[in-house]
Design a protein around this ligand. Sequence first.
Ligand code: MG
Length: 384
Amino acid sequence: MNKTVSVLGSTGSIGTQALEVCEKHGLKVAALAAHSSVDMLEAQARKFKPSVVCIYNEDKYTELRGRLADTGIRVLCGMEGLCEIAAMQETDIVLNSVVGMVGLLPTLTAINAGKDIALANKETLVAGGELVMSLAAEKGVKIYPVDSEHSAIFQCLQGNKREQLSKVILTASGGPFFGNTYDELRSVTKEQALHHPNWDMGNKITIDSATLMNKGLEFIEAKWLFDLEPEQIEIVVHRQSVVHSAVEYNDYSVIAQLGVPDMKIPIQYALLYPNRVECPTGRLSLTDYGSLTFEKPDIETFKCLSAAIEAIKRGGAYPCLVNSANEEAVKAFLGDEIDFIQIGEIVSAVLDTFEPSQITSYEDVMKADTAARAYVRERIGKKG
Ligand code: MG
């Protein structure tokens, strides 16, 4: 377990928990990268003593460099810095937990350099699934899922034959507005949307959990990670977030992975695979829960979810388009430019607006991304 880890997105929710895991198990940290939190990145750098750090926001570069001047740690910035860290020679595994499709290029760069990936950046696979998975196969690189559901599926596949898998059951907490009607969603405030019942996460993913876009992105992520047809993925709402997902085999035996809702378990499994050692979290007591419930998702009300599923069924650039439209819409919602239900309206509208197109290169992804964002900005501008 003497792996060397680089953490992209080290000051976020996944990044800080990953560093707790590294500290507990004595994993060496080669590099840290953050978006713009200079204070926290400085503190992490002093504690974990990586050889390189990167701040994505270039405006903060001079400040960070000044702060770390006495440490001998190299300071990089921007996408170039992220990619340099992703390909660093001394790294065994790159944990990618940056937010949004900014994570795609560093993922591709790390795979090209032959680095294994612990993937927490789901937008990477949503926007560029085909590119990422085919490059990983070509380079013999392993992608370990960090998302709790995908980690659960990955764990349930251990010791079984992949070709005998019949389907996966992707569980969803349902978010804070489960059971609400579409009309009730009209009055949802930012504060309500930012409060998730089970998981404590960053703002983008918390809003995605409230709209159920998060489950849509995970549906697409599961398709790519486990080479599934969309018809082989069933979403089940499970309010307690104890069953993190399950798989069904050809004999109709269903195997699930359970645990307390704490991301440190999947993070640790991805970083230490295949080892299972004590995790800095609580243990699961099933009798404390008493009962676990399972229900069908309401894909009529939660339009983001149906749009994401439709996007991956259509394929081509559609998953990338809905993802980028969602990123832009969530930004607008957090900036008080649009209402909660408009996120779903915008994401769905993309499916009716764009003609089919293929993704065969990183440039194709960027083109679709730019087009989707421009469409969303124009649509919001008109109504504003
Ligand atoms: Mg998840």
